[in-house]
Design a protein around this ligand. Structure first.
Ligand SMILES: Cc1ncc(COP(=O)(O)O)c(C=O)c1O
Length: 406
């Protein structure tokens, strides 16, 4: 099926605005994507008609909202091909999903002297939680280094396993380097010694189809807002065998079965991990975003995003003094770079004044910035609605930065 970017752009109202009297070019999609009408309408429909607290009422609205909420859970299960609907936990996002696992998994399975494996390319939300549980439990965090292309050193990774290894936490795609990690191979290797793997899917789910049963991940976390859905909603997929054994993360309404003055028994999955009033509007928006993505021709869409990446890489590489960080052939559609010794913040400010939204800074990956020996990077990240003409504008903006600061 042909991929018509103009038809897609029509669906995103935020793209059709001017900033500094120039048409907005939005290249900050790895931070959050813009939202299509389908998602915006799903949220307002929910508030116009169905708004009600779920699971706790027998009246019409409560039942309707509960049904829609649980139907969304079934759709998400199907979208990521998880084996069971109760393995889908609604969270506020990737960060909360990973914190949930770090907290609950470590209570059950981690002890003094144990080891966890993560990588130097992780976002803080898949690094700091593990660092903190290791400090608390007197365990060791082992950190996989990278090669020059910004890919994981798989030999070092394999060499880190021993009888004390309790879990691997790795990102599917790096939000800085773009590298798509060989998570299937990582999972297969870890499972040989019975070690579970948590995958941070924040940057992968927006760009590719993921299949939980094929990957065999033990935990997989992602955020709605990076895949055209609202902020404040995300998913933790977890295998039943772990989720059943792990203690609850938060306590309160909905996650209980019976409460006595001296003890409490807990609800079944997935409710055990969903304490309190959930983000029902977010779930409605996420279900709508998934429908939006399912309606896109997947292969044409990823070919299109890859062609944008290839085009941007070629253009930017041709600029003398510009260095791209992350040169793996297997990349998500983003490009991070520096321009000579110009500070990323100064460059980003000029690029912004030319109507182009790029992200500058440490990208929530300070250990990676230290590892690369840079103060920060400039990142342009692409989504289905971006165009080559927009990449040309970025190219021209970078020339302008060079003229002004170079
Ligand atoms: C790779 C990666 N992991 C985790 C996160 C955290 O996502 P959230 O802030 O939606 O929880 C991000 C956000 O940029 C990310 O890029």
């Amino acid at each position: 099926m042909e991929f018509d970017v103009n038809k897609i752009r029509v669906e995103f109202p935020a793209l059709h605005q001017e900033i500094y009297r120039r048409p907005l070019v939005y290249f900050d999609n790895a931070a959050t994507t813009q939202k299509p009408w389908q998602v915006i309408n799903a949220i307002s429909n929910y508030y116009e008609k169905d708004n009600c607290n779920i699971h706790r009422g027998v009246h019409y609205l409560s039942v309707t909202a509960t049904e829609a909420y649980e139907e969304a859970r079934r759709e998400i299960r199907q979208y990521i091909n998880a084996a069971n609907t109760h393995e889908i936990i609604f969270t506020r996002g990737t960060t909360e999903a990973i914190n949930l696992v770090a907290s609950s998994f470590s209570k059950k399975y981690l002890g003094k002297g144990d080891e966890l494996i993560t990588t130097i390319m992780e976002h803080h939300s898949n690094f700091v939680p593990w660092q903190q549980v290791c400090i608390e439990k007197e365990a060791t965090l082992r950190i996989v280094p990278l090669n020059d292309a910004g890919e994981l050193d798989m030999e070092a990774f394999r060499g880190m396993f021993n009888e004390k290894t309790k879990l691997v936490a790795v990102t599917h795609a790096s939000n800085v380097l773009g590298t798509i990690n060989p998570v299937k191979e990582i999972i297969e290797f870890a499972h040989r010694t019975g070690v579970p793997v948590l995958v941070d899917g924040a940057q992968s789910v927006p760009h590719m189809t993921v299949d939980m049963q094929d990957l065999d991940a033990d935990f997989y976390a992602f955020s709605g807002h990076k895949m055209y859905a609202p902020m404040g909603i995300g998913i933790l997929y977890g295998k039943e065998k772990y989720l059943e054994e792990m203690p609850p993360y938060h306590f309160g309404g909905e996650m209980i079965r019976d409460v006595f003055t001296d003890h409490t028994t807990f609800n079944d999955l997935p409710f055990k991990f969903e304490a309190g009033t959930p983000n029902v509007e977010g779930v409605m928006g996420l279900a709508a975003a998934i429908k939006f993505m399912q309606a896109l021709p997947v292969e044409a869409m990823s070919a299109y995003e890859n062609s944008l990446l290839a085009y941007a890489t070629e253009k930017l590489e041709s600029i003398p003094g510009l260095k791209i960080f992350g040169t793996s052939p297997n990349k998500a559609s983003l490009v991070s770079f520096l321009l000579k010794d110009i500070h990323p913040f100064d460059a980003g400010t000029i690029i912004d004044k030319l109507g182009i939204a790029v992200r500058t800074g440490h990208h929530c990956a300070m250990p990676l910035m230290d590892y690369l020996g840079v103060p920060g990077l400039i990142r342009a990240s692409f989504a289905v609605y971006n165009t080559k003409e927009e990449v040309d504008k970025l190219y021209e903006a970078i020339q302008k930065v060079k003229q002004m600061l170079g």
